[in-house]
Design a binder for this molecule. Sequence first.
Ligand code: ADP
Ligand code: MG
Length: 146
Amino acid sequence: MNNVYTTISAEETRKLGHELAVQIIPGTLICLSGDLGAGKTTFTQGFLRGLGAEGPYISPTFVIMKQYDLGQPVNGIERIYHVDAYRVEMKDFEILGFSEWCGDKKGIIILEWPERVSDILPEKRTEIVFKNVSEDEREITITSFP
Ligand code: ADP
Ligand code: MG
């Protein structure tokens, strides 16, 4: 699957996140990449809202991982791990529990800065690439591997 979307507002990007969230199956790793300001966090807000995760939706930049336990499972999903690899070394990432999060059959992982830990990413994953087209326009490409 390789789908390209264009959004022309932050709200539209949130809506796309919401739409993907209600289609995703548990056990999926979603990697978000793209420049600063490209919309990764905005998309994640929509995704979390789509699954009914309770806020506040804080950025995991400093905490590395923020876990959201859903009060009500959605399509078999009970948890979301929002992870930011920007500040971690690959070896520390394993120690922090990355393989356990990946092995959670009832969880979803949203990973920002996947390029920082590229060597340890499982082959089976969904990649979303965000591109700044203009001030309010973003091109968002969703690809599922394999
Ligand atoms: P990132 O997490 O990739 O660094 P953010 O989601 O934090 O990016 O920031 C995106 C910024 O761009 C926000 O200020 C948002 O309001 C703005 N924006 C404008 N148009 C869009 C769009 N189409 N999609 C997403 N964000 C947009
Ligand atoms: Mg961000």
